[in-house]
Design a binder for this molecule. Structure first.
Ligand code: SAH
Length: 358
C-alpha cells in the first residue's frame, strides 16, 4: 500500500467511510503524496499519453480554431488566452506557434493557466519560455481576468473528482470508500440520502443504476462562460465521455494499463468520463453551446488530413510512419476519434465556431 493509502486508511478508521470525490481529490492533489502534486505523469515513460503529446497537429488546429473565433468576433483587444490543466504545456506551445502568423493576436493577448500541480507548472514555464509571453498561473477559475476569453481544456474535466450514487430500492445511496476485510480500502454503499441537484439525468435511471456527478465542473464552466457572456470569447472543452453517461466510469491507469482504483492511491491516474450535458447546463445566460462533436470529425473539419499530408511530405522512413500513426490515433473511430468529444461555448448570436457546423 502507498504512503497515501496509509494516510487514508487512518482517516477512515477514525472518521468513517469517505466520499469517492474526497478519495479522488486526495489521490490526485494531496499536497505531499498526490499523483499530480508529485510528478509529470505524461508521455511514453509516464502513465498516459494525451492528444497534444501525440502530435503537434492537435494543438495547431486548436490554436487556429481559437484564433478564428477571435477574428469572427471582431478581434477584441485585449484578450485572455487561457487553458485549464495544461500538463506539460505542449498544447499551449503548439497553439502559440500556430497563431504567430495571425496578425495582432499575440500582441493583444495575456496568457492564463489554471494549474494545481507544482511540477507541471515548472514544465509549462519551460515549454512556453520561447514565446516571450509570461504566463499567469491561477489556482482556481475565479482568478481568470475579466476580458474576452479564448479558453481550452483538454483532458482536464475528467480529472475533477466525482461523487457516485446508486439507485437502491429505498432511494439514492452514495458509494463510499471504507475499510473492507483485513483493513484494506474497499467500496461500500451508505444509507439513502438526499441527492444533490441531478435533475437533468434522473429520468432515465432504473433500480441498480449508478449516476455520477462532478461537483466542481459546473462552477468552472460558469466562471468561464460568465466572462464569455459579458466580454465575448470561445471555450473548447475536449475530453472523453458522452452527452449523458450512466454507470461507474471511475478508472485508474498506471504505466499505460488499467489498475484497480483503490490499489495504489496517489500512484495511479484517476479519471471519470465527462458528463457533457452537465457542463452545457452550467453555462451562463447569454452563452450558447455547440453540438457535441466527436474529436475525429472535428479535427477532419478543421483540415487535419491536409495538414497531415503536408507534414508527411517532409518526412520519410520511421518518422513518416510514426507521423501517420499519430494522425490515425487522433482521428480514427477505433482510437481517439469517437471516444473523445469536443463541446464549444460562445456568445449567443455569435457565428458558430470552426468545426461545429451542423
Ligand atoms: N491538458 C494536458 C494535461 C492533462 S492531465 C494534456 O492534454 O496533455 C490533467 C491536467 O490537469 C494536469 O495538468 C493536472 O495537473 C491538472 N489538474 C488536475 N486537477 C486539477 C485541478 N483540480 N485544478 C487545476 N489543475 C488540475
Amino acid at each position: 500500500m502507498s504512503a497515501l493509502g496509509a494516510v487514508l486508511k487512518r482517516r477512515i478508521a477514525a472518521g468513517g467511510p469517505i466520499q469517492v470525490a474526497e478519495f479522488m481529490a486526495e489521490c490526485l492533489l494531496h499536497p505531499e503524496y498526490g499523483y499530480y502534486s508529485t510528478r509529470d505523469p505524461l508521455g511514453a515513460a509516464g502513465d498516459f499519453t494525451t492528444a497534444p503529446e501525440i502530435s503537434q497537429m492537435f494543438g495547431e488546429l486548436v490554436g487556429l480554431a481559437l484564433a478564428q473565433g477571435w477574428i469572427d468576433q471582431g478581434r477584441p483587444a485585449p484578450l485572455a488566452l487561457a487553458e485549464a490543466g495544461p500538463g506539460r504545456g505542449t498544447l499551449m506551445a503548439d497553439i502559440l506557434r500556430a497563431t504567430r502568423a495571425v496578425p495582432g493576436f499575440h500582441a493583444a493577448l495575456s496568457l492564463h493557466l489554471v494549474e494545481a500541480s507544482p511540477p507541471l507548472r515548472r514544465a509549462q514555464a519551460a515549454a512556453l519560455a520561447p514565446f516571450g509571453i509570461t504566463p499567469h498561473w491561477h489556482d482556481a477559475f475565479s482568478g481568470l481576468p475579466d476580458l474576452p476569453l479564448f479558453f481550452v481544456a483538454n483532458e482536464f474535466f475528467d480529472a475533477l473528482p466525482i461523487r457516485q450514487f446508486i439507485r437502491a430500492a429505498a432511494g439514492w445511496c452514495e458509494r463510499r470508500v471504507g475499510l473492507g476485510k483485513g483493513g484494506t480500502l474497499a467500496f461500500g454503499v451508505g444509507d439513502p440520502a438526499a441527492l444533490p441537484a441531478l435533475a437533468h439525468r434522473l429520468a432515465d435511471t432504473r433500480p441498480g443504476d449508478m449516476v455520477e456527478i462532478c461537483p466542481a465542473a459546473p462552477a468552472a464552466i460558469h466562471e468561464v462562460t460568465a466572462r464569455i457572456s459579458a466580454r465575448g470569447g470561445l471555450a473548447l472543452i475536449i475530453d472523453y465521455g458522452d452527452w449523458r453517461s450512466l454507470g461507474d466510469t471511475l478508472q485508474a491507469v498506471r504505466g499505460h494499463a488499467p489498475v484497480d482504483p483503490l490499489a495504489c492511491p496517489g500512484e495511479a491516474d484517476l479519471t471519470a468520463h465527462v458528463d457533457f450535458e452537465a457542463l452545457a447546463c452550467a453555462r451562463a445566460a447569454g452563452t450558447a453551446h455547440s453540438r457535441l462533436v466527436p474529436q475525429g470529425v472535428w479535427l477532419e473539419r478543421l483540415g487535419i488530413a491536409e495538414r497531415a499530408r503536408r507534414l508527411a511530405a517532409g518526412l520519410s522512413g520511421v518518422g513518416r510512419d510514426s507521423h501517420l500513426r499519430a494522425y490515425r490515433r487522433l482521428t480514427h473511430p477505433e482510437e481517439m476519434g469517437t471516444l473523445f468529444k469536443v463541446l464549444a461555448f460562445h456568445p449567443e448570436g455569435a457565428p458558430p465556431p470552426a468545426g461545429f457546423a451542423p
